[in-house]
Design a protein around this ligand. Structure first.
Ligand code: HEM
Length: 431
């Protein structure tokens, strides 16, 4: 089957490109207009890529059922992230982000989150004004680096060096600022390569500390990462450990801090709900953080076809050839697949599922953490972390919005949880 072939060919969205290839004012809006014009299944040709977008109930169900060997999420993610990350970081990784959630790991991360929250309140002091997303981002760095970047990485000068380097290397720029990727390519990724070198140096120092005072039970994630490079020559080992840590931390930066930011924004906008969080209603707090995550979703979900697949959208079965990408876009279904979904209503969730799906043509049309076998392995941890963080901040401080209108997502963003377009100030004072 020829590369990229789709038979029969669905309508081709004329004049529509994706933000990596053409300038667009509103990436999600552009695809919403294409859907309004061409229906629930259409093709976008952008740059050298061909995308089969699908939004029908059966189409989205078929999407989540695609087998990885034939239509790969891993390859789709790689093709997106390599627009930003130095190619060599993908080569030879031994501990991958998917292995972060073994038994006992989450409890360890939450202990580190509690310590990071205590440091956050001491940095904030008794009162002031901050950018919501800057606070949650720094918190995410501190919790994550304490969890997997080795001794000393979440404190003092080492922490500040790592924060600066990871903010430069940030892989999510590939989908939050897709319009900036041409400039990244033109620069030869020089800033990103320098940031990776800085991370290698700082994590190398943590490795020296571990070598001189080994972890007694060897169970920390950092110790496991180090074990995987046992017996390698010193320089190979040093780089191998640091780049495993780097890719894990980059994966953790994709969504969690941004989703926590929206959860705080929504709770500040809904004082009665915030009062229940302060009262310690943990189940309700989880519903709130899940609901904010759903509404903030901007994810493009892609599967790159590696071997010919049959794809049924409920009306037509398409033969899709290698090279094409089958895709759907969460913001086009999450808030419109049934009446009322545009509202923030935490009670719609029963644990991690919608309590009532009767108005939906398919339950797969709404999600915060994905469906099927690729759904997020970090969901229980992320919900626990977000709930713990909002509860801590709301019980420590009285919070007042510094925004006059609900913050807007970055217009060019096409993936992950929304980032706010402008600074989103929050006034706080100790209770
Ligand atoms: C609020 C926070 C988060 C949200 C909303 C979120 C969302 C998602 C979604 C929607 C998917 C499925 C994508 C698809 O099917 O194409 C996914 C997969 C994944 N997420 Fe998360 N995520 C979050 C936090 C994290 C964290 C902290 C990590 C840790 C590094 C993580 C690691 C992963 C991995 C490794 C996968 C791929 C699983 C697979 O392919 O089998 N996520 N996430």
């Amino acid at each position: 089957m020829p590369r990229n072939e789709i038979t029969p060919l669905p309508p081709l969205a004329e004049g529509i490109g994706l933000p990596w290839d053409v300038a667009v004012d509103d990436a999600v809006g552009e695809l919403a207009r294409a859907r309004a014009t061409y229906g629930d299944t259409f093709v976008v040709e952008s740059g050298r890529d061909r995308y089969l977008f699908t939004f029908s109930p059966t189409g989205v169900e078929s999407f989540y059922a695609l087998p990885e060997e034939a239509a790969s999420k891993g390859v789709a993610d790689y093709l997106m992230l390599r627009r930003k990350l130095p190619e060599e970081i993908f080569d030879g990784r031994r501990t991958l982000p998917g292995s972060l959630f073994r038994k006992g790991d989450v409890a360890n991360y939450l202990v580190n989150l509690q310590a990071a929250l205590t440091t956050t309140t001491s940095e904030l002091g008794g009162s002031g004004t901050v950018d919501v997303f800057a606070v949650t981002r720094r918190l995410g760095h501190r919790m994550g680096l304490a969890s997997w970047a080795g001794p000393g990485s979440a404190e003092g000068a080492e922490f500040e060096r790592l924060v600066a380097a990871f903010d430069t290397l940030d892989g999510s720029d590939a989908f939050v600022h897709p319009d900036a990727m041409a400039a990244v390519a033109a620069s030869g990724k020089s800033a990103e390569i320098a940031a990776l070198a800085e991370i290698t140096e700082v994590v190398g120092t943590a490795l020296d500390s571990l070598d001189s005072a080994p972890d007694p039970d060897g169970q920390s994630l950092f110790a496991r990462i180090v074990d995987a490079w046992d017996g390698e020559p010193p320089e190979v080992r040093r780089r191998g450990v640091a780049w495993d840590v780097a890719l894990i931390h980059i994966a953790s930066m994709s969504n969690l801090a941004a989703a926590l930011g929206w959860a705080l924004v929504d709770l500040v906008e809904h004082p009665a709900a915030a009062a229940r969080v302060v009262d310690g209603d943990r189940a309700f707090t989880d519903q709130c953080t899940l609901e904010s995550t759903r509404l903030a979703q901007r994810s493009i979900m892609g599967r790159t076809v590696l071997a010919p697949v049959e794809f049924d959208d409920g009306t037509t079965t398409y033969s899709v050839g290698p090279g094409a990408t089958i895709a759907t876009l969460l913001p086009l279904t999450n808030t419109s697949a049934a009446p009322g979904l545009e509202q923030w209503k935490p009670e719609r969730w029963n644990r991690s599922r919608l309590a009532d799906t009767s108005a939906l043509a398919s339950p797969t049309l709404v999600t915060a953490f994905g469906h099927g076998k690729h759904s997020c392995p970090a969901q229980p941890f992320s919900l626990a972390a977000m709930s713990m963080a909002v509860a801590h901040l709301l019980t420590t401080y009285t919070l007042e919005p510094g925004w006059s209108a609900y913050p807007r997502p970055v217009p060019a963003q096409i993936g992950g949880v929304a980032r706010a377009d402008t600074s989103c100030l929050l006034h706080y004072r100790s209770r």
